[in-house]
Design a protein around this ligand. Structure first.
Ligand code: BG6
Length: 477
């Protein structure tokens, strides 16, 4: 018998900047993704160039009906997507929103609701309007709180009858390693001081708490959560130094979820800030507002890594998302060096639930892999992605173990349910989807959509509420 609750929210997830395309249509302004030619770790260019822009999506902007129909065919209960802030406020600091941008998301939400799919909306997913980075240095400036809140007010008001699940910031803790992409702070990393970085973090945390308050006031029947990048680490060895290194690393991320789930800065931040030379500028109202805590905690989980107090110990991991972390000799890695560890998901869910006793939501998980399109024998094409099925099956079984452990898990939205552009490397060849998109790395391709083998597999998982995960004989057709 499946342990997944009856109302478990099965679905998939995307972000506007990775799937919509149409970067300058219908009044959309530029956002920070438009100047990141090679993804997360690349240096921003001064201005967008045609080269940067050619791989900025899979044309979801024009094909959302076809895509949502495919999600409905898989039986999605929920579809996580982000609103591109710069479609609503092209520069981010305007008073009046862009009606065409608002209308686009009305149409997308209507299409979801037509099939009984609930939208789960990320308010800010690495796509801050570029103007806010250039004119204000992003979240290091306190004014961003008001711009963000104004944007929240407009979208809460507009979509209050259509969207009942919200996330304030995607992977809010990623600002620690990607201050430009995550925090729109347009300073080279070496020039960014700890003071500026943690002040920016404080501004985001206050903005998130105020968004929670506003959402509760404006849409009382909605739920709003935070989202953290679940960088799970193990000590590289049982040496006490490595255990302490893990503890300190964990606190780097816990800081974000502690404040958002508990409503105040935890006591360990006193020493953390002292050692980093940080003196936060906190206004009295901030302390009050931080008390508005989230309804649920959502997370991304792809892999785990090891950490050591000794920088020369072990082998560094190959993933460009996890600098300074170590390879776990017991785990395999994906083609991009992301170490595969399904049990790490059970561990992470338990760790978070033990700490907060708030519902959890896995809003990103999946395997980025190079897929090969083959004829399906029925006049169309498919991908025999058994590797993806295996990855997801093992992770879902561990999520189920966590439920048995007592974790309250609201749902699971696999990342990139349709192939999209990679965030860390801006490639299309790193595919996650159940649906293959015919797009090549030079921007060519028909953009036609094809169901992969995992499409039917996931449809069966959803229709049996997870029971088919235990079916060893069943093959997907
Ligand atoms: C998460 C991001 O960090 O990882 C997504 O929220 C991203 O935007 C996902 O796409 C997978 O990373 P990548 O680099 O493989 O696209």
């Amino acid at each position: 018998m499946s342990e997944f609750p009856k109302d478990f929210l099965w679905g998939g997830a995307v972000a506007a900047n990775q799937c919509e395309g149409a970067y300058n249509e219908d009044g959309k302004g530029l956002d920070i993704q438009d100047v990141l030619p090679h993804g997360l770790m690349s240096e921003p260019t001064d201005e967008p160039t045609p080269d940067n822009l050619k791989l900025k999506g899979i044309d979801f902007y024009h094909r959302y009906k076809e895509d949502i129909r495919l999600f409905a065919e898989m039986g999605f209960k929920v579809f996580r997507l982000s609103i591109a802030w710069s479609r609503i406020f092209p520069n981010g600091d305007e008073e009046k929103p862009n009606e065409k941008g608002l209308q686009f998301y009305d149409d997308v939400f209507d299409e979801c609701l037509k099939y009984g799919i609930q939208p789960l909306v990320t308010i800010s997913h690495y796509e801050t309007p570029l103007h806010l980075a250039k004119a204000y240095h992003g979240w290091s400036n306190r004014k961003l709180i008001d711009f963000y809140l104004h944007y929240c007010k407009v979208i809460f008001d507009r979509y209050k009858n259509k969207v009942k699940l919200w996330i304030t910031f995607n992977e809010i803790n990623s600002i620690l390693h990607a201050p430009f992409m995550s925090g729109a702070i347009d300073l080279p990393k070496e020039q960014l001081t700890n003071q500026e970085l943690y002040q920016a973090i404080h501004h985001e945390l206050v903005a998130s708490a105020r968004a929670v308050k506003l959402c509760h006031e404006m849409i009382p029947d909605a739920k709003i959560g935070c989202m953290i990048l679940g960088v799970t680490v193990y000590p590289l060895s049982p040496r006490p130094n490595d255990i302490i290194a893990k503890m300190l690393y964990d606190r780097g991320s816990y800081l974000f979820s502690d404040v958002q789930a508990r409503g105040y800065y935890p006591s360990y931040t006193k020493r953390l800030f002292e050692e980093k030379g940080v003196q936060l500028q906190i206004e009295p109202q901030d302390i009050e507002d931080l008390k508005h805590t989230v309804d649920f905690i959502s997370l991304s989980y792809y892999s785990s890594n090891c950490i050591s107090a000794d920088p020369t110990a072990g082998e560094p991991t190959k993933s460009n998302m996890t600098r300074d972390l170590k390879r776990n000799p017991y785990n395999e890695a994906s083609e991009w060096g992301w170490q595969i560890d399904p049990q790490g998901l059970r561990y992470t869910l338990n760790k978070l639930y033990d700490r907060y006793q708030k519902p959890l939501f896995i809003v990103e998980n999946g395997l980025g892999a190079k897929d090969v399109l083959v004829e399906d024998g029925k006049g169309s094409y498919t991908v025999e992605d058994d590797y993806r099925i295996e990855y997801m099956k093992q992770h879902l079984l561990q999520a189920e173990e966590a439920i048995k452990d007592g974790v309250e898990l609201m749902g699971y939205t696999s990342w990139g349910c349709i192939d999209l552009i990679s965030c860390s490397t801006a490639e299309i060849s790193k595919r996650y989807g159940f649906v293959y998109v015919d797009l090549n790395s030079d921007g060519s391709g028909t953009l036609n959509r094809y169901r992969k083998k995992s499409f039917n597999w996931y449809r069966d998982v959803i229709s049996t509420n997870g029971e088919s995960l235990h079916d060893t004989k069943k093959t997907c057709k």
